[in-house]
Each structure stands twice: as structure tokens, then as C-alpha cells.
Design a binder for this molecule. Structure first.
Ligand code: AMP
Ligand code: ZN
Length: 429
């Protein structure tokens, strides 16, 4: 495509641009924590989507026992551009059957997260957008987590059959599921949040982390509980999945574990008295540390039981905040609870939440767990958030800056997703 075409593309009206094109293609970058991720996502005119590339490289923080910002940042500098290069090579063929499809816009995580990592992603994204003369969208990482099940539903929907023509494709148009409003329990290495998602840019935070995030605490507990041989062989510092595998090796999450002990210790739920509706996980971390310090030579079986108990207490605490939320008038009729973030891939969490909802007369609440590769940090969810924002008429200015903190709640001090500077509204839907 020559320079004149590029200029015409850039200055077409956004409304024309959206309706004229059959499909939309975005390249997305995620670098808010220790994962360098790039994705290439196509959204078809009927609402379905195809993921052409979804690359991820996690920085090696093992010698630090946790995420070390300089190591993570250097890993982004090393890997983001190379991943973007790989993604560009995977562009699908355009409708003419000859050329590769043109990327419509670049999406990038603008925040919240570790500033140095965000800046590497943002600089790469801005460079691509300038070079390709296409718009850029800086999206909120937490909004992207909340929208993940909608990405999953679009990916599972069928691509339109071109031969049926435009009219039948319009009729067959698919809406992403779940529709708003829904609840999201975001349980990750950096967050523990219960969010009431009312609309694309309106996510009220009902409960938030008061001290440490659940994934962070599970990782620290796992580091204490797991035998040294498992820790030494771990591929990264994400010890949570290893704790699940270790604790439940030989028995299923459905089993009643109370018969497995008494031991001279007890795991208690975080005290609710001064917590209101907040989450608190630091106490679980210090209890496990104390138990292991008292018995550093603990045998494997007791370690397994301690691992199960740690997860049980942590997950029941999540359920307790969900029940509080269901007491609210504006929430009580919501029938969908999405569980997202890395910890959502834990099978025992699924059992605990389902059992707890059933016991408390919430049998009709549907639990949605997006696939685990979309639950941990990834760029496909960023690409999808970009798609939804773009179609809703939002782009970002090239002058936008990375945001270490950025709420998804319009009532927060920063005004939430649309409250920060740097947005361009191209059209109103
Ligand atoms: P994220 O921050 O969303 O990328 O998720 C990473 C966090 O999820 C880390 O703290 C992991 O240890 C945790 N995690 C991932 N899988 C599991 C699992 N199966 N059980 C418990 N925690 C997990
Ligand atoms: Zn995340």
C-alpha cells in the first residue's frame, strides 16, 4: 500500500471505517507485570472472533522467589518487539485472497501495573501505530480481565460463511456473552476484587484487596508448604498451580478433608469484624509461615493437608464476600458470576464456590470460568477490550501516558476508565 492510501485510511471517518470493513484486526500488547504478551485478534462482522496469534514469555524471577521489577522490565525490553514481529507475520489473508489483512488499530495495556513494563509496551505500541499510521487504544488491564468471558464467547462463535452474503451475515449477528450486568470475581497475583460490571466502562468495585492479593499469598504459602524438590524444579515463581497439584495428588477436590487430621494447627478464616466487605489475605500467609516454622521437617502428607486447608480458607473467604454482595438490592437479581484471573484455574475453587452458592440458595447463579490461558495475563484479552472500546467509539491520543494505578470504577477518585486524560471519542454508538 502506497503513502497516499495510508493517508486516506487514516483520515476516513471512523463510522465509515467501521461499517465499510468486513472485519477488524488488532495487534495487542500486554506488559503490566512479568508476562510479555502479544496477540493478533480478528473480529468478524457477525461478532465472532479469531485469534491468529497469542504469544507470551514470562520473565525468569526464580532466583528472587517473587517478581523482581528490574528483571520483569528487562524481559519486556527483550521480548515485546520480537513477539510483535512474530504476530505481524501471522496476519491473515484479506478478502481479496492475495494480500495480508491490514491491521486496523493497535491495542496496548495502559495500566494499572508496573510502570517500567507498561512503558515498554506503550512505546512499542506507539511506534507501531505511528509507523502503520493507524489508531492506538490504551486499555485498562482490569477491564480486560472482566471482559474475558465475552472474548471467549466470540471465539467459540462461528465465523460467518462468506458465500451467504452480507444480509444473512447481519441476521446471524452474535452478541458476546455474558451481557451486562454481571459479577466478576477477579482473583490474580495482583488483585482480589469483586466487580459489578454494568456496562463496558462501568465496573463498580464491590470488594477490593485490603492487604495482599490472593494469588500473591497462595504463591508465598506454596513456597513454604511445598517440598524443596518441587520448588527447585518449578519453571517460574507461580507456585499456586503447583500447590494445587501437590495438595490434591491422590484425591479429588470434592473430598471432605476434615477427616484427614487433627494436627496441632488450625487454619482460620480471616476475621470479618473490621473488614466490612473487603478481602484480607495477609493473615493466611503469616499463619502458614508460623506453622511451617514450628515444624520445618513436616512430612509430605501433613504438607498436603495444610495445602488443602490453605486453599479452603482462602476460597471460602472469597465466597463470603460474594454472599455479602448478593444482599445488595442492585445485585440480588444478577445471575452470572464470572471468575477470572490466574487463581480461577484452580479446580478446588470451582468446587468451593459452587457448593457455597448452592448451600446459600443461589443455585440459579451461573458460574463462568474462562479457560485458564485467558485467566492468567495474556494479550488476547487486551485485544478484545480494544475491540469493544474501538467499536464503542474510543481511541487514545498518542500523548497518553502509562498509569500505574487506574480504577475501573467511575466512582473512584480518578474517574475510572473514561475519567483519565488521553481518550479521543470518534463517534457515539
Ligand atoms: P495472574 O496475575 O492473573 O497472571 O495470575 C497469576 C496468579 O495466579 C499467580 O499468583 C498464580 O500462582 C495463581 N494461580 C495460577 N493457577 C493457579 C492454581 N491452579 N491455583 C492457585 N493459584 C493459581
Ligand atoms: Zn492480570
Amino acid at each position: 500500500m502506497g503513502p497516499a492510501c495510508l493517508l486516506i485510511r487514516r483520515f476516513q471517518s471512523p463510522i465509515r471505517r467501521i461499517h465499510q470493513r468486513r472485519n477488524l484486526l488488532t495487534l495487542a500488547i500486554e506488559s503490566s507485570c512479568d508476562d510479555s504478551c502479544v496477540a493478533l485478534l480478528e473480529k468478524h462482522k457477525n461478532g465472532s472472533a479469531t485469534l491468529h496469534f497469542n504469544g507470551k514469555i514470562t520473565s525468569d524471577n526464580r532466583s528472587y522467589g517473587g517478581i523482581y521489577p528490574i528483571v520483569a522490565s528487562e524481559s519486556h525490553q527483550k521480548n515485546i518487539a520480537a513477539l510483535a514481529n512474530d504476530a505481524l507475520l501471522r496476519r491473515p489473508v484479506a478478502g481479496d485472497g492475495k494480500d495480508k489483512m491490514i491491521i486496523d488499530f493497535i491495542t496496548v495495556t495502559r495500566g494499572p501495573g508496573m510502570r517500567a513494563g507498561l512503558m515498554t509496551g506503550m512505546d512499542t505500541a506507539k511506534g507501531l501505530a505511528v509507523a502503520l499510521q493507524i489508531p492506538i487504544i490504551g486499555v485498562n488491564h482490569m477491564q480486560a480481565h472482566a471482559l474475558t468471558p465475552r472474548l471467549d464467547s466470540a471465539l467459540n462463535a462461528h465465523e460467518p460463511e462468506v458465500s451467504k452474503g452480507d444480509i444473512s451475515m447481519e441476521k446471524a449477528s452474535i452478541s458476546p456473552e455474558p451481557s451486562f450486568p454481571f459479577l466478576t470475581l477477579l482473583v490474580s497475583g495482583g488483585h482480589t476484587m469483586l466487580v459489578h460490571s454494568k456496562a463496558l466502562c462501568d465496573h463498580e468495585i464491590l470488594s477490593d484487596t485490603s492487604d495482599m492479593a490472593i494469588g500473591d499469598v497462595i504463591d508465598k504459602c506454596a513456597r513454604n508448604i511445598l517440598p524443596a524438590s518441587i520448588i527447585d524444579a518449578a519453571p517460574n515463581v507461580m507456585y499456586g498451580p503447583l500447590l494445587e497439584e501437590f495438595a490434591f495428588s491422590g484425591c479429588s477436590p470434592q473430598q471432605d478433608h476434615s477427616r484427614l487430621y487433627p494436627y496441632p494447627w488450625k487454619m482460620n478464616a480471616p476475621s470479618s469484624s473490621n473488614l466490612k466487605n473487603q478481602f484480607s489475605y495477609s493473615g493466611i500467609g503469616s499463619t502458614v509461615k508460623r506453622i511451617m516454622e514450628m515444624n520445618p521437617k513436616m512430612d509430605i502428607y501433613e504438607r498436603q493437608v495444610l495445602g488443602m486447608e490453605t486453599m479452603r480458607v482462602a476460597f471460602e473467604h472469597l465466597a463470603s464476600r460474594v454472599f455479602l454482595a448478593f444482599k445488595r438490592d442492585e445485585v440480588k437479581n444478577i445471575k452470572t458470576l464470572v471468575v477470572s484471573g490466574g487463581v480461577a484455574s484452580n479446580k478446588y475453587l470451582k468446587t468451593v464456590l459452587r457448593d457455597a452458592l448452592d448451600c446459600k440458595n443461589h443455585k440459579d447463579v451461573q458460574l463462568i470460568f474462562p479457560p485458564s490461558h485467558f485467566c492468567t495475563d495474556n494479550a488476547a484479552m487486551i485485544a478484545w477490550a480494544g475491540m469493544e472500546m474501538y467499536e464503542a467509539g474510543w481511541e487514545s491520543k498518542m500523548t497518553m501516558m502509562a498509569l500505574k494505578k487506574w480504577s475501573v470504577d467511575p466512582n473512584a477518585d480518578d474517574g475510572g476508565i473514561l475519567g483519565v486524560q488521553g481518550w479521543l471519542q470518534t463517534h457515539v454508538v
